[in-house]
Design a binder for this molecule. Structure first.
Ligand code: ZN
Length: 216
């Protein structure tokens, strides 16, 4: 999933109003922002094979450190613990950890059976990606619901508060449309890994949104 993950970060703002949106966006995408770093380091592997699933040409051959359930639980504890140390807010810490874990659950729904429960284990996945229409329907609905909750929880402090949020929402929508139409097939695994580093951007965008919006 892509915008489905970010949907949950927006929704979590309603459950944890004191949590910085930048932190929530980082937590929900944590596995996918560490992943390209490990790809470039040669620790994890992906292969581009058009037709692998209807939705994506990516075959996730080996990604135990970012995407096995056991490691994801450890990441969730680590990020939740770090959030608690930084904020002293149990609610913020809980939702930070929960978002890290939610990533695995949404991936499990979407992916072909490639998600191990522990490093070296067999893969699991329900394969929503076998249908482009079902993927787009589920993920768009999630995104709209998450955004609606976020809009209930916060309001813009001024023009900047509209600009910060809607520029990110438009960017996500634009990229998601490109992905869904199959316009974003990378020419090589290396280009894919470098371009996936763009995932580090939304958390910073979230910091900007946080500064320009307030609790409703
Ligand atoms: Zn993922």
């Amino acid at each position: 999933m892509f915008i489905g993950h970010y949907a949950l970060a927006f929704a979590a703002k309603k459950a944890a109003p004191k949590a910085n949106l930048g932190l929530l966006l980082l937590a929900t995408s944590w596995l996918d922002v560490v992943w390209p770093v490990l790809l470039l380091a040669g620790v994890e592997r992906v292969r581009i094979a058009p037709g692998a699933t209807a939705y994506t040409p990516l075959v996730f051959e080996h990604y135990p450190w970012t995407h096995s359930l056991l490691c994801v639980l450890l990441w969730a504890l680590l990020l939740g613990g770090a959030a608690f140390t930084a904020t002293r807010n149990a609610r913020t810490a809980f939702w930070t950890g929960a978002l890290v874990l939610s990533h695995w659950v949404l991936d499990w729904i979407s992916h072909a059976p490639d998600l191990p429960l522990f490093p070296g284990g067999v893969g699991h996945g329900l394969g929503l990606w076998n249908s482009v229409a079902a993927t787009v329907a589920v993920e768009s609905a999630l995104f709209l619901a998450g955004l609606a909750l976020y809009l209930q929880a916060t309001r813009a402090k001024g023009l900047a508060g509209h600009l910060s949020l809607w520029s990110l929402v438009s960017t996500f929508s634009f990229m998601y449309a490109g992905n869904s139409l199959g316009l974003a097939v990378p020419p090589s695994e290396r280009v894919l890994a470098w371009s996936a580093l763009i995932g580090w951007l939304p958390p910073f965008w979230g910091l900007w949104i946080e500064r320009t919006r307030e609790a409703a």
